[in-house]
Structure formats: structure tokens, C-alpha cells
Design a protein around this ligand. Structure first.
Ligand code: SF4
Ligand code: SF4
Length: 111
């Protein structure tokens, strides 16, 4: 089992999650973060820290494509352990639907 970052993170990226992860398993893309499923120890402390409610346990149904996306990009993007600056429009982007289709970027973040 692992925790998974989902759609709501895209263009929100508040990054409160990275500060609490005991095993530093968050990875940074240009406009979202992902969790490395083979490093996550399933402690769950990041889930309530996310203001966008983007982090979910993989036991929830319908997350298959997000589990794959987290696994794929955590292998390509740089590790991130310190909270950076959220995008200026992060609050406005909270709760916008279908962000994967509209805004996802496969480019890496700065880490
Ligand atoms: S706190 Fe939530 S929205 Fe922010 S970067 Fe982490 S997973 Fe994404
Ligand atoms: S569940 Fe724990 S180990 Fe996994 S990403 Fe969240 S804080 Fe890190």
C-alpha cells in the first residue's frame, strides 16, 4: 500500500506535505508533486496536511491511473524535501476539475 497524489495537486502545489514525510518520498514536477510508491511507508501523516485534499490512500477505488502516474514520474522528477513557494494562483486553482487533462506538465520541477 502507498499514498498517492491526485488531480487536486496540479497547479496547487502548496507543498505542506513534503515537510512532514519521514522518508522524503515526494518528487517535484513543474506543477505538481508525486509520491514514490516504493519508498512511501504508508504512515499517512501527509494526507491531512494537504490543503487541496490531493493525497489519498491507494485503497480508495478508481486510483489506478494515479498510482501509475506517481510511480512513473517519481522515477523521473527530482526529490523535494523542503517546502517552496506555491504558485500565485494556487488558491483559485483549488477544486478546479479535470486538471490532469487541462494543465498537467510532464516537465520536472527544480527539486
Ligand atoms: S500539500 Fe497537497 S497540493 Fe500541496 S504539494 Fe502536497 S500534495 Fe500537492
Ligand atoms: S504516507 Fe507517509 S511516507 Fe507516504 S508519502 Fe505520506 S508522509 Fe510520506
Amino acid at each position: 500500500m502507498t499514498y498517492v497524489v491526485t488531480d487536486n495537486c496540479i497547479r496547487c502545489k502548496f507543498m505542506d506535505c513534503v515537510e512532514v514525510c519521514p522518508v522524503d518520498c515526494f518528487y517535484e514536477g513543474e506543477n505538481m508533486l508525486v509520491i514514490n510508491p516504493s519508498e512511501c511507508i504508508d504512515c499517512g501523516v501527509c494526507e491531512p496536511e494537504c490543503p487541496a485534499e490531493a493525497i489519498l490512500p491507494d485503497t480508495e477505488s478508481g486510483l489506478e491511473s494515479w498510482i501509475e502516474l506517481n510511480a512513473k514520474y517519481s522515477a523521473e522528477w527530482p526529490n523535494i524535501t523542503v517546502k517552496g513557494e506555491a504558485p500565485a494562483d494556487a488558491d483559485e486553482m483549488k477544486g478546479v476539475e479535470n486538471k490532469l487533462e487541462k494543465f498537467f506538465s510532464p516537465e520536472p520541477g527544480k527539486g
